[in-house]
Design a protein around this ligand. Sequence first.
Ligand code: PMP
Length: 465
Amino acid sequence: MTTISINSPTAELQALDAAHHMHPFTANADLAKKGARVITRAEGNWLTDSEGHRILDAMAGLWCVNIGYGRKELAEVAARQMMDLPYYNTFFQTTHVPAIQLAEKIAQLAPGDLNHVFFAGSGSEANDTNLRMVRHYWAAKGKPEKQIVISRKNAYHGSTMAGMSLGGMAGMHKQGGVIQGIHHINQPNWWSEGGDMTPEDFGLARAQELEQAILELGEDRVAAFIGEPVQGAGGVIIPPETYWPEIQRICDKYEILLIVDEVICGFGRTGNWFGSQTFNLRPDIMTIAKGLSSGYLPIGGSVVSDEVAGVIGSAGDFNHGYTYSGHPVAAAVALENLRIIEDEGIVERVRDDIGPYLAQAWHSLGDHPLVGETKIVGMMASLALVPVKGSRAPFAYDAGTVGWRCRERCFGNDLIMRHVGDRMIVSPPLTLTHEEVDILAARARKALDETYEGLKADDMLKPAA
Ligand code: PMP
């Protein structure tokens, strides 16, 4: 094995990476030519790369490092737990203290009667659990024909077979096929798809597609609806106010289980513990991951209502589980992460202090000639890039052409901001300081300026016909 360290030359690390490491969601042959950016350290809300750049991480890793990097408490808890009990499973009528404690803590934090946790290693795995659980639930209630799960186009629910199929990403569905019995309705993305409707009318219309789908598919065949409170990977799409109340009404009316995917929105991101509280939802199941451990170790889960857990629990063995369900080290680290969020009042901070401060800074970008709209809830935000100020018309180029240019200018200015199509998105650590919000906004504005100048120079400020 080649001896390398974080002090090795970047080119050597990149060459070795390209030789053996296949990256997710990446054209690896193209990346091999360019070389991946090598991250060597992280502290607080900042990354350091192998070239010595200090980069503001306005994506909190992949929407997950809610309490920021470099928390010694988490490392210490992990080390202690590794010495005490590094691994044991929770199959075969066995349990352990970290899993017991974490399940209790999650039940305490979760809204309503979501009092039971089935652990997984990630958000994708948890959604696999959810698909099996809701189908098994209805079968156990004597309605085995209730199998269909309704989701939305442009939703993201993970990358496993079930997660990908539940999600609504066309580019993913094309590769390898999808699981049967999942139906996708349109998303509540008013900016891109709202036409001449008001956001309120559009939100209602898109929610009512759920009712139409239930009636078309047959009420007796639909098991559940799944949705993210705010579509994250879909571009931080915050639905119109009319949307979620109508979805909740329809789920109640037709006895459809509501699965709320809180993988991004959970653990403070929207200014409450869960997005379900921000949007006044009553889920039967919540998917959790990411912020549960602030990404320090992989862990996810399904948080399940008394009713659903009761039925599943009384129907014999639920033949489902992961080697790492409730992994003791991951569970102990998650528990410590939740303690920190509570003790430091991080959720309240998002709601009352840093969230509103980021909102002000984010909306101030709205005067830029390239920015169509700015949207934010808590600490997740997006803005639409437009060729013509004052119009919702997209660019004349494939979606993402301009967004990618802007993202490159962000990276060039040592700011991690992502693009989804031609929307720019941020989801920073919840521990961002006021000064760091100012830096974020200044760097974002500089990146927007540079993108704008580049588009002008290349004569690309053109709307689609
Ligand atoms: N659901 C949502 C809403 C997500 O954003 C993600 C990850 N971005 C997932 C599920 C999948 O989680 P994981 O990558 O941990 O499998």
